[in-house]
Design a protein around this ligand. Structure first.
Ligand code: C2O
Ligand code: CU
Length: 460
């Protein structure tokens, strides 16, 4: 007899089957962008209206095997156009999700199919890329995990997506002054509530001597997290998705700039009944981001030190062959910028500010519509000396390709897609321009990107 229960069981099994990737013509899974009320603050505040993918912020975790494909149908249920950028993926340019460059913004009520291969394993994320300074601040992002074929010797992993929200304490809602001139011209939109996975008091279970992989993602608009790990022995094994040649023991705080990721191996050293923490250190304060309550049942033995992840196959940069370019970052409050070109004309700072621009790259503020910073041949080796001639930190992100940070002694440092430059710092990056298309190069302090710190690199 077909009871209601068996009917539900069989029909849901069938639904699960038709949604699986096994059918060539199966429609892609939806990714629905819509406003949702979410419990972000302590209970008595009530819910906060966020912009979400599939009803949450972070949105659904997307997990795929290295070399596989991600297929998602973005459905826009906002009153504003949007698009999805797959941050850090060496992606086909047409799928990069940059409104106004690689696609038109998906209009309210419309849909767009993303379908792309993921060549590199690692921790990535996806986020809105139209009016990002507003849409990411409202919550439009999620984690994108590409799994390597090898299984690590760990007990489990946790993905921690960190954010920093600017809340109006009166209403418990997001402050809606997204383009506030002060944020544009200073350190960006800094918040007053930090969360991990959309929760201010994330609590997880752990056991003594357990080994976890933590995948940390900084989804904030402007907050540079200074992370402390208490009750763990920790090693960095990857940054911005890319494995380090050898695990690096953590002996100090870890800086995680907007859009950056760090993969850690952590061994729980806190005792049963104690709590291990990932904290954000700010001035003299330590704010808990995630608490790991240590319960009975752990093993008595520690494991040996972790080994490196297998490398992703990246073309080696030839520094001697590399074309030298330079990028000067200027402007902002207390900066030295007095004029810059906008629409092909040099304008005094006062006029730029009127038009909403506070920053420039090599004396221009045109952003996405301006001349590209570089026109490159496919396979060209490039090194770019980036000079932060401002009094604020910036997190520079290149779309479509990872670059090496070049160390002061001229050797190639780790591969990254986002690099932090503190005030006054100069840093060189180097990469092989092996992914054809139009790629943005911008500051990931999203208020800065919106007010002049954006250009593009074109690879033939
Ligand atoms: Cu993560 Cu242009 O962005
Ligand atoms: Cu910046």
């Amino acid at each position: 007899m077909l009871t209601r229960r068996t009917f539900l069981a069989t029909s849901s099994a069938f639904a699960g089957m038709s949604a699986s990737a096994g059918f060539a013509n199966a429609p892609p899974t939806n990714l629905i962008a819509q406003e949702s009320d979410v419990q972000l603050l302590p209970g008595d505040y009530g819910k906060t209206a966020l912009w979400c993918f599939d009803g949450g912020s972070p949105g659904p975790e997307i997990r795929v095997a290295q070399g596989g494909r991600v297929k998602r149908r973005l459905i826009n249920r906002f009153s504003q156009g949007t698009s999805v950028h797959w941050h850090g993926i060496r992606i086909d340019n047409a799928m990069d999700g940059v409104s106004g460059l690689t696609q038109a913004a998906v209009q309210p009520g419309d849909a767009f199919d993303y379908d792309f291969a993921v060549p590199d394993a690692g921790t990535y994320w996806y986020h809105a890329h139209n009016r990002s300074f507003e849409q990411v601040a409202r919550g439009l992002y999620g984690a994108l995990i590409v799994e390597e074929a090898d299984t690590l010797d760990i007990d489990r992993e946790e993905v921690l997506v960190l954010d920093d929200w600017l809340i109006d304490p009166e209403t418990g809602q997001l402050k809606d002054d997204y383009g506030a001139p002060h944020d544009l011209s200073h350190a960006g939109r800094l918040g007053n509530l930090v969360t991990a996975n959309g929760t201010f008091n994330l609590t997880l279970a752990a056991r003594k001597n357990e080994r976890l992989r933590l995948r940390l993602v900084n989804a904030s608009n402007a907050r540079i997290f200074q992370l402390g790990l208490n009750g763990f022995d920790s090693w960095v094994i990857a940054m911005d998705g890319m494995p380090l040649g050898a695990p690096r023991k953590v002996t100090d705080t870890l800086a995680l700039a907007p859009a950056q990721r760090i993969d850690l191996i952590v061994d729980v050293t806190a005792d049963v009944g104690e709590t291990a923490f990932v904290v954000q250190l700010e001035r003299e304060e330590a704010i808990g981001l995630a608490a790991f309550e240590v319960a009975e049942g752990g093993s008595v033995n520690r494991r040996d030190a972790p080994t490196a992840l297998p490398p992703n196959g990246h073309a080696m940069v030839d520094l001697k062959e590399a074309t030298q370019l330079s990028l000067s970052m200027e402007g902002g409050a207390m900066g030295r910028l007095s004029a810059a070109s906008l629409g092909g004309q040099v304008k005094p700072m006062g006029e730029l500010v009127q038009a909403g621009y506070f920053w420039s790259f090599n004396g221009a503020v045109d952003g996405i519509d301006g001349d590209p910073f570089a026109l490159l041949e496919r396979g060209q080796n490039v090194r770019v000396k980036i000079e932060n001639d401002t009094v604020f930190p910036h997190a520079m992100h290149l779309h479509g390709m990872h670059f090496h940070e070049v160390a002061d002694d001229g050797t190639l440092g780790p591969l990254r897609d986002t690099t932090l430059l503190v005030r006054g710092q100069t840093r060189e990056i180097a990469f092989v321009a092996d992914n054809p298309g139009q790629w943005l190069l911008h500051c990931h302090m999203l208020s800065h990107a919106a007010s002049g710190m954006m250009t593009k690199v074109v690879v033939a």
